[in-house]
Design a protein around this ligand. Structure first.
Ligand code: F3S
Length: 394
């Protein structure tokens, strides 16, 4: 792989150990994937923030890098395992909290913005069309490639951080035009009437297309919330990093060409939704996977008006969306019901098993997938039904 003189200097250690280690990671990746050179990135989203996933080895790695490493481009970060300010009211133990705060401190010393959200594009990190970026949150990767038209591969925690500390990423995969073409046409025959329908559809298609690129046709309309949850679902049941949607996404113009085609029918929709439901009554309700938009918080506030929750109910969102909700008066309405905002975290990366919850109601197929992998039971339902579940239908 060709390196410029400046890149050679980074690799030689002339600009410190952290930059050198980062270059070693990027060069190794570039060689594995046949990249001819590196490319400058305009932003990075780092995953691997929850202590639940990082463990002590991860904390040690970060502390080592933080000795002389520094972010060279705008870098935001994924949710942590707890709210950084209200972790006690979430029931998080002090041993976990201490470790989690150590992780955040290392990232802060590295120059990352402490955003703790999987929707960086709703919290001030919104790349432009054609920008090369290095993002490590799979749902945000799909959203950035597909909806924003930015270019990123599905980065892991270390490779995203390496991109941040050098401002570079290997030029291969979805950074190149030829890798962004559809591999499977999906004709949507089912009426998709809510974000949850898009979530279930994405979950079905992710399994079919695996790490390919679906091209959706015949979708009547899709807004931010539908595209956000679709992105998350595609990346959880499959290894999808990008999709096209006729009439909706910016690179869908070229069409699907002669690719293979499948249909998504009403029966596929109802069967997928049924498979995302386990037996039993939920003892915990959580929405906001990916983190809620302001419009979603507004809807939740309206649904909760005059009601009290009878079960633990988390509304997961970024600090930025929470701040906007405070300003708009939605937060007061949500909190008056007894529901809690879970900023900085979510039901999947928080240690909910240690909090004693066993059956989680949620409106996200991605959350169902990962909660089940973690040993919990799940109920998949609409946002309205989640609120009803949490309020005991009072
Ligand atoms: Fe975000 Fe957690 Fe879902 S990180 S996409 S809310 S699993």
């Amino acid at each position: 792989m060709h390196l410029t003189r400046e890149e050679e200097a980074l690799l030689s250690g002339a600009e410190g150990r952290a930059a050198q280690k980062s270059m070693q990671i990027l060069v190794a990746l570039g060689e594995i994937y046949g990249a001819k050179r590196l490319v400058r990135v305009t932003s990075v989203q780092v995953s691997g923030v929850s202590y639940k996933n990082l463990g002590d080895a991860g904390v040690e790695f970060l502390n080592e890098l933080a000795k002389d490493g520094r972010a060279r481009v705008k870098t935001t970060m994924n949710p942590a395992g707890m709210s950084l300010t209200d972790w006690k009211s979430q029931g998080i133990g002090s041993a976990f909290a201490k470790k989690q705060l150590e992780v955040i401190d290392a990232y802060r010393r590295l120059g990352l913005e402490v955003t703790c959200t999987c929707t960086p594009y709703l919290a001030g990190n919104e790349p432009r069309f054609g920008d090369h970026i290095a993002w490590g949150e799979s749902s945000a990767v799909v959203y950035a490639n597909s909806v924003l038209g930015a270019r990123t591969n599905r980065e892991g925690g270390p490779s995203a951080l390496a991109a941040s500390l050098t401002g570079l990423t290997p030029l291969y995969g979805l950074h190149l035009d030829e890798s962004r073409r559809p591999t499977l046409r999906v004709d949507i025959e089912a009426p998709l009437e809510s974000p949850e329908d898009f979530s279930a559809m994405g979950y079905f298609v992710g399994k079919e297309v695996k790490d390919g690129i679906p091209f959706f046709t015949r979708v009547r309309s899709a807004g931010l919330e539908e595209l956000k949850t679709l992105s998350a679902a595609l990346a959880s049941s499959g290894g999808v990093a990008m999709f096209h949607m006729e009439g909706v996404t910016p690179e869908a113009g070229a069409g699907a060409g002669e690719t293979e085609a499948i249909r998504f029918t009403s029966r596929d929709l109802s069967e997928t939704e049924a498979k995302l439901n386990d037996e039993g009554s939920p003892d915990f309700v959580s929405v906001g996977c990916p983190h809620c938009s302001l419009a979603e918080v507004k809807t939740i506030a309206e649904l909760l008006k005059g009601k009290k929750v009878t079960k633990e109910f988390w509304v997961c969102c970024s600090r930025e969306v929470k701040r906007l909700s405070d300003e708009a008066g939605y937060s007061r309405q949500v909190e008056r019901s007894g529901a809690k905002f879970a900023t900085d975290t979510c039901m999947v990366v928080a240690p909910i098993e240690e909090l004693g919850y066993g059956i989680v109601a949620t409106n996200s197929a991605k959350a169902c997938h990962y909660l089940r992998n973690g040993g919990a039971k799940v109920r998949f339902m609409s946002l309205e039904d989640c609120v009803m579940e949490a309020t005991g239908r009072n």
